[in-house]
Design a protein around this ligand. Structure first.
Ligand code: GLV
Ligand code: MN
Ligand code: MN
Length: 416
């Protein structure tokens, strides 16, 4: 007998246990996780998830980018599936919930529907997108980007990590090249649950963020070329110091973001210094700039300013300067109809909520290009994320997943 009323809730203990079990795979060094994409740990995490999907009666499909799709059949053979999910890969010093909550929350929704014998008209698919983080292989959201037709598969598979290993070869190595064509699946809708990764919901005392927009982003990789030389014996006026150039540009990135307040952020994240020796003036530095804003005009203005600043600093110091775009998406507006459904679900369940703009990038940002898409957020302690100390409460996880459950039921249509 179906139980689909407003009282329907997910099993929060089971959800929490699954989050804890997944976190045992690829432990970090400070209580979080290092389960970077296409590592052995990623492979192990995928197997654990696939086993849980099988136990829940789902049918697994995998595409040639390693995206995983676990389907619960609907009652209408002609109805397009409703997708839910996020990513299981983490930053090198990542938390236990970034992405993972969205995948395991979606699985918990399906487990709850199974427990209650609820059938839906549309099939429901629980998804794990490959390489959301972009920590090992830039850009972020790489495989959802291929799915949405933003990147070609050849481009994605030829991305290299810091050791020069290729994405395509690493995917093969861990055994997750599937036989489905990427992007062949059509979607009725896609819903992604995620922790906020910022401080707003906690500060406002709200359990649910109804995500209306996502901010846009540019990742630039800057290579400065100077001359390796002895740090002791080279006179100051003879140095061509790429490290100094990087330091000045880092400061300029911060100033540029500050000059566009509010709604603008910027930082240098990844840095490779060559030859990286204590007593050699760096002759080459390769580093990435990450700038973001929900406002297109600000985003574009900041990009131009960073590029001009980098060239000016390089000229001042006599450095070579090359700049490559390694990641980009425009600000995102999520589907208004789905946004309304998420808001109404939170309302109906009695969870405090507010509209919010996502500061981070998400697979939903790309999928929004090919299907109606929305996100649900829950708070995280002190807004801390991309840090092993990232923390949420079981209650926040349950609230977000309850809202996901009721939203997906609304979208997938309860039968009977
Ligand atoms: C993805 O985690 C991002 O960089 O926002
Ligand atoms: Mn994430
Ligand atoms: Mn992340």
């Amino acid at each position: 007998m179906a139980a689909t009323g407003d009282n329907l809730r997910i099993n929060s203990e089971r959800l929490w246990q699954s989050l804890e079990d997944m976190a045992k795979i690829g432990p970090g060094v400070a209580g979080g996780n290092n389960r970077q994409t296409l590592t052995d740990a990623d492979g192990e995490g995928r197997h654990l998830f696939a086993g849980w999907c099988k136990a829940a009666g789902l049918t697994m499909g995998v595409d040639s980018m390693g995206n995983m799709f676990a389907t619960r059949a609907g009652t209408d053979p002609d109805a397009l599936p409703v997708y839910m999910g996020s990513h299981l890969d983490t930053q090198p010093t990542g938390g236990k919930y970034d992405g993972v909550l969205g995948v395991l929350g979606a699985l918990e929704v399906v487990r709850t529907l199974n427990d209650m014998g609820v059938r839906t008209k549309h099939p429901i698919v629980v998804t794990n997108w490959t390489n959301e983080e972009g920590a090992r292989f830039a850009p972020a959201m790489l495989a959802s980007g291929v799915f949405a037709g933003i990147h070609t598969e050849d481009y994605a598979k030829s991305r290299k990590d810091l050791d020069g290993k290729l994405f395509g070869e690493e995917l093969q190595r861990i055994g997750w090249v599937g036989d489905e064509a990427v992007g062949a699946r059509k979607m009725h809708a896609m819903l992604e649950l995620h922790i906020e990764q910022g401080p707003i919901l906690e500060a406002e005392g709200k359990s649910i963020g109804v995500v209306t927009h996502g901010q846009g982003l540019w990742w630039l990789e800057i290579t400065l070329t100077g001359k390796d030389a002895h740090t002791g014996s080279t006179p100051m006026n003879m140095r061509v110091n790429a490290g100094l150039g990087m330091a000045r540009i880092t400061e300029r990135v911060h100033q540029i973001a500050m000059s566009h307040q509010p709604n603008a952020v910027g930082a240098v994240g990844q840095v490779k210094v060559f030859p990286n020796s204590r007593n050699v003036i760096p002759g080459r530095v390769v580093f990435t700039v990450d700038i973001r804003s929900p406002e297109q005009a600000k985003l574009d203005a900041m990009k131009g300013e960073v590029i001009r600043a980098a060239h000016a600093v390089a000229k001042e110091l006599g450095l070579g300067c090359e700049i490559e775009d390694v990641g980009h998406f425009d600000p995102v507006t999520f589907d208004p109809g789905l946004v309304k459904i998420v808001r109404q679900s939170a309302e109906k369940l009695g969870y405090s909520h507010m509209d919010i703009v996502s500061g981070a990038g998400h697979d939903a940002c790309w999928i929004n290009r090919v299907a109606p898409t929305v996100m649900v957020m829950c708070p995280c302690v002190d807004g801390l994320s991309h840090n092993e100390a990232e923390k949420i409460s079981p209650e926040w996880a349950a609230a977000g997943t309850d809202v996901l459950l009721h939203s997906v039921l609304e979208v997938a249509g309860v039968v009977g």
